[in-house]
Structure formats: structure tokens, C-alpha cells
Ligand binder design. Structure first.
Ligand SMILES: [Zn+2]
Length: 264
């Protein structure tokens, strides 16, 4: 059976002499494992579309729940991401997280759209990378069932909680006077960070990246979203560790290691 759809490559592993096994997030079939035969041969018509983060029109052949890539035509290769080591590291992290939270064969247009919009933001919008990363993390969690309660302090209902913190496990806000000290891990949420988070969670999904934060706000926002994601998903991501080594390098720290193995 043939399936015509669009898909983005979340992961690719070399297989046999000239094939690849791809993890593709497709518009119509959700996350699929797809074999691309002969795609590593010189001159293969599939070569562009089997790269990590390539978004393409795809024709898949399905037989007994196994998919083969019959044909592909690239729609967007995100060259601005590909040509920048930090952006490609961050894009790889987006791909790894998306793969981790997507069920095999379950189409989720909102998650696909968030991934594409986040890559577009890296590619074209010239927004600070920590901001794009935080928006992606917070919106993704909201889409997959971990939407935090940000409208008010969860205990007293104060809409603008004083000295607010996000309780990471519960995904809710508390204000200073409602905390006893016995709560689990939490991060501070300044008024500016709270405004940004509300905008991402409750605002227009088409304007996800169009807001500004000063440097302090950006740091607080980035920290809150990353820690919330780590707490909710309860796992680490090697692409995130790699991205962080690049950021350290930028600040005058260690020399980054080679790209993680198995990435394409
Ligand atoms: Zn309160």
C-alpha cells in the first residue's frame, strides 16, 4: 500500500552498505520507522530528504507494518539551521525530544506544527536561541498533556502571585505566603517570565516567538522551561548535553567534543 504524505526526519541510522533506517514524523501517519534503500549511494534521488531535519513530500510503501521510502521531494531543508553548529545542535534536540514524546503511528498535527515552527524560528526569525528553546519545551509539554496551571497561585488564587514559583512536579504556581517550605522542587517565576509563559501556553500559536524578554528574564524563562521539561519527562537527552557544551564554549569554556555518534 502506498502512503503519500509529508514528513520530517527525526533520526537516521546507517543500515547495510547504502541504506538508512529513518525515524520520520509524518503528517498523516505520525511517527514511523522508514527504510530508505540505497539513499547513501552517490546520486541517490533520496539523498537530500533523508538528512536529519529535512522536511519533504514523501511516498511510502507499506507492507506488513514496515515502511519503505519510495520517493521524496524536499520541501524545506532549513539551511540556516544546518549551517550553524549551535542551531543544528538545538534542532537535533528538538528532534530527539519530539521522537521521545511521539507515539508510533499516532498523527499529532499540533506537535508536528510546533516542531516545524520552531525550526523555522531558528532558520529565519533571528530570535535568541535560549528563547526559541524554552518556547519549544513549554509548548510541547502543554500539547502532550503536561500543561502547567499558570492562571493564578494554585492555593490562594492570586492572579499576580507575589514571589511566584513554578512547582516542577505539579506544574502549578505558588506564591510566597502559600508556601510552607515542604513543597517539592520549584523554580522562581518573575512577573516578566510569567507573562512569557502564559503567552506560550494560552496565546496564539501562530505568534509563539514574537515577544521579547531582557537578558535576566530570558535566563529565568529558559531555566524554568528546561527544568519543567526535565522533571515532567524524567530523562536526559544527549543532544541537549551536546548543545550545552557549545554554549559553554561560546562563553569561553571548554572545547566542544565531536557531534554525537549516529546523527546524520
Ligand atoms: Zn498563594
Amino acid at each position: 500500500m502506498l502512503l503519500t504524505t509529508q514528513g520530517i526526519v527525526l533520526r537516521g541510522v546507517d543500515y547495510k552498505e547504502s541504506d538508512k533506517i529513518l525515524t520520520v514524523l509524518t503528517r498523516d501517519g505520525g511517527k514511523l520507522t522508514v527504510r530508505a534503500k540505497g539513499c547513501r549511494r552517490k546520486g541517490s534521488r533520496l539523498a537530500a530528504s533523508v538528512q536529519l531535519l529535512a522536511w519533504s513530500d514523501m511516498t511510502l510503501f507499506e507492507y506488513r507494518d514496515r515502511y519503505t521510502l519510495n520517493d521524496a521531494e524536499p520541501l524545506e531543508l532549513f539551511w540556516g539551521v544546518r549551517s550553524d553548529v549551535e542551531k543544528v545542535a538545538l534542532g537535533s534536540y528538538f528532534a530527539e525530544v519530539t521522537e521521545a514524546v511521539s507515539g508510533e503511528g499516532q498523527a499529532d498535527p499540533a506537535v508536528l506544527s510546533l516542531l516545524l515552527n520552531s525550526l523555522y524560528a531558528l532558520d529565519k526569525l533571528d530570535r535568541p536561541l535560549p528563547l526559541v528553546k524554552a518556547v519549544f519545551e513549554l509548548k510541547l509539554l502543554s500539547l502532550i498533556g503536561y500543561e502547567p496551571l499558570l492562571d493564578a497561585c494554585a492555593v490562594c488564587g492570586a492572579v499576580e502571585p507575589e514571589d511566584a514559583r513554578l512547582q516542577l512536579a505539579e506544574g502549578m504556581l505558588t506564591c510566597a505566603k502559600c508556601r510552607s517550605g515542604g513543597e517539592g522542587p520549584s523554580v522562581p517565576v518573575s512577573p516578566a517570565v510569567l507573562t512569557a509563559m502564559r503567552r506560550v501556553v494560552y496565546g496564539d500559536p501562530k505568534r509563539l516567538f514574537s515577544f521579547a524578554l531582557d537578558e535576566g528574564g530570558q535566563k529565568g524563562f529558559a531555566r524554568a522551561c528546561e527544568r519543567f521539561l526535565m522533571t515532567q519527562l524524567d530523562r536526559s537527552f544527549r543532544t541537549l548535553e551536546f548543545y550545552k557544551t557549545l554554549r559553554v564554549h561560546e562563553d569561553g569554556g571548554a572545547v566542544p567534543p565531536a557531534a554525537p555518534a549516529g546523527e546524520t
